[in-house]
Design a protein around this ligand. Structure first.
Ligand code: MN
Length: 675
């Protein structure tokens, strides 16, 4: 044990020169004094356990505080140590974490759904507060799994089940593959001892033959990479047992049919090198179409990044190659822990890991959603899909990959692209065919979301169908906003002055007309937009709402993040604000002779008079090529009526004509197209 704590101190110092060895020794001594002669089931001194947990965390590269907490994690629960004394000795940061761990202690597998929800909630709260608490909890669980043989069969099963149900998926979600795979393998061993043994022997039999096969390939790759002057490290490895077992279960097949039991992994210095290596490997061996996965361009939801490709080797035997940078490798192995692990220094000097994205955003999102739902059963269902590994990968028409919880439908996808896309969704095409929006998505589906500016927003029913908590939160947000607006409208009517009252009933009537028009006339993104984007066929085009371009207007395209190209008028103030992002502007043209209509917003200024609105509506009604989609009107203190109209119109010429007609309406003195 003395030797182990020495190793911990040595290794922490190696990773971080500023590491406070004295603090770690102090925590060790303090814990040892309090645990005294306590024993574990194995008969060993209890203190062996906290030291082992600290050692796991050292390997993950956690900081001094976390290592101290690991050493002290059982003292509140199992000894007479008092909180106040710990606070005095080690300060608030360490004390709070120890308390966090102690609270999580009671987290035990329950069959009662409500109890389980409460357990998850505690785990999530702890995580949102300080993710280190959960990492320590995972290390604690790993050591308990490592020493599980000393417990009764009944306990082994209960603890293993809990590990597989909660802790391994959690480690996966946090991106810590090293912890996840060891937890899974151990749980697998105890839960399915027969299958475990069978697999172990089956793999042993194949190991030598397969590694020889991979050696030949890896030698070939090595010599070509050297020629290309790429610095690299190459490894051949066996995939972890439990994932093989799951694959066999899922595909209902034997060990023989799993060809990627063994894989080659190539680590390089830069993203550029990753793609260069992929190119070289594809020159040497034929890739299996559809098996190339670019998790560099589109990382998994736990931030895993890598290139995966499956190739055909000698005699037609397939094998998998994974290519990633050292940095990606650290993140893959250590997940969120990499944030602490490699901030200061690491063994591969070439790498500096910077955590760019908020890796715990999903934790907060789920908690936020949980705050809004009262139904534990419902919460459990969503949480399980969020937390558990099951994910489905689909493509946008532009080829972007989106990761969603398994069971997601096109509504989930729409909201994962953007809140607005979800709110304006009217339909979806899956693999080029129109499908109901609740169609469940499968891996590899190409999905196009059809939106319309005339959409009346999401339906409450959608809440029943969506799987992701992100979509649920956004739909609920929409309804909350609507309810707020409705209350405000009612208050406004009460408050409004006499002038407005004259015009109100007409608006009420018109907005009904407007909504009929919306449902029957609404044109979708799917219909020809009449826009050609330079160099791209078939790309998702969206008319910007800020300036509503019409055929004949000078226009420019802006390449949005994952939402296709949005079309603006060249003089739109939003576009001039984007000069710094010039690279994302693209040339777009109006196609000739396209029979499509566009929305345009018009503002009519007039002195207020009786029958004004009716006259305006009548004129619009007379123009056959123009449709009225919506109207809004207000009256200023000076008795000026400001009438906002939303029209559907075919081109700029028609618009000019309409504007002139409206200008001729009695008492109107100005008609503008709104920007
Ligand atoms: Mn413990």
């Amino acid at each position: 044990m003395e030797e182990e704590i020495q190793n911990i101190i040595k290794s922490t110092k190696e990773k971080n020169k500023k590491s406070d060895s004295k603090l770690i020794i102090k925590a060790y001594e303090y814990a040892k004094n309090h645990h005294g002669n306590q024993k574990r089931e194995s008969g060993e001194l209890f203190m062996v356990h906290p030291v082992a947990v600290a050692s796991i965390l050292t390997e993950l590269g956690l900081d001094d505080q976390a290592i101290c907490v690991a050493l002290l994690h059982d003292i509140i629960e199992d000894t007479d140590a008092k909180r106040d004394e710990i606070l005095k000795e080690f300060g608030p940061e360490i004390t709070e974490m120890i308390e966090g761990i102690t609270k999580l202690k009671k987290l035990e597998y329950q069959t009662k759904e409500e109890q389980q929800v409460e357990n998850y909630r505690r785990l999530f709260l702890a995580m949102a507060k300080d993710v280190r608490v959960v990492l320590i909890k995972l290390a604690d669980r790993l050591n308990n799994m490592q020493t599980l043989k000393h417990l009764s069969r009944k306990s082994q099963i209960r603890i293993s089940k809990e590990t597989l149900d909660i802790y391994a998926p959690l480690a996966n979600r946090l991106g810590i593959y090293s912890l996840k795979s060891e937890l899974e393998n151990l749980a697998f061993k105890y839960l399915y001892p027969e299958e475990y043994k069978e697999l172990l022997e089956g793999i042993k039999g194949k190991k030598e033959e397969r590694l020889k096969f991979l050696d030949v390939i890896s030698d070939n790759i090595k010599s070509h990479l050297k020629e290309a002057d790429i610095e690299f490290d190459i490894q051949s490895r066996v995939k972890h047992f439990y994932s093989i077992y799951r694959k066999m279960q899922r595909d209902n097949c034997g060990l023989e049919s799993i060809y990627d039991l063994f894989a080659i992994r190539i680590l390089v210095n830069s993203v550029k090198d990753c793609y260069a290596v992929l190119g070289i490997v594809h020159e040497l061996y034929n890739p299996i179409p559809g098996k190339i996965k670019d998790y560099i361009a589109v990382p998994k939801s736990n931030n895993y990044q890598s290139l995966h490709t499956t190739l055909i080797g000698a005699n037609g035997v397939p094998f998998e190659v994974q290519i990633r940078t050292w940095e990606m490798h650290q993140v893959a192995e250590f997940g969120v822990a990499a944030h602490w692990a490699f901030k200061e220094a690491n063994k591969h000097k070439r790498v500096t890991v910077t955590v760019k994205e908020d890796k715990l955003a999903w934790v907060r999102e789920t908690l936020k959603w949980q705050g809004e739902t009262q139904d534990p059963e419902e919460f459990m269902k969503v949480l399980k899909t969020e937390l558990f590994e099951d994910e489905v990968y689909v493509f946008t028409p532009k080829g972007d990959i989106k990761v969603l919880p398994r069971g997601s439908n096109t509504i989930d996808l729409a909201y994962s692209i953007h809140e607005e896309i979800g709110n304006k969704m009217t339909g979806a095409k899956v693999n080029n065919k129109m499908k109901p929006i609740i169609t469940e998505l499968k891996n590899g589906d190409i999905v196009e979301i059809i939106t319309s500016d005339n959409s009346t927003g999401p339906s409450r029913d959608w809440l029943k169908f969506v799987k992701s908590s992100g979509a649920k939160t956004k739909i609920q947000k929409w309804f909350r906003k609507i309810e707020k607006e409705e209350t405000k409208d009612k208050q406004d009517i009460k408050k409004s002055d006499v002038g407005a009252n004259i015009i109100r009933p007409e608006i009420q009537k018109l907005s009904n007309v407007g909504s009929t028009a919306i449902s029957t006339q609404g044109h979708s993104q799917n219909a020809s937009t009449g826009i050609k984007v330079k160099g791209i066929d078939n790309c998702l085009v969206k008319f910007s709402k800020c300036c509503n371009p019409l055929p004949g207007d000078e226009i420019v395209g802006y390449i949005t993040k994952g939402r296709g190209v949005s079309i603006h008028r060249s003089n739109c103030s939003n576009i001039s604000g984007l000069i710094s992002e010039e690279a994302r502007l693209i040339d777009v043209y109006w196609e000739k002779d396209v029979d499509t209509s566009y929305n345009v917003d018009i503002e009519v200024l007039s002195s207020d008079r009786k029958g004004l609105l009716a006259d305006i509506i009548k004129e619009i009604g007379n123009a056959k090529t123009v449709k009225l989609l919506g109207v809004n009107s207000k009256i200023t203190k000076d008795q000026i009526a400001i009438i906002e109209l939303k029209l559907e119109i075919t081109n700029l010429k028609e618009l000019k004509k309409m504007i002139n007609i409206l200008k001729s309406v009695q008492s109107v003195y100005e008609v503008n197209r709104r920007k």
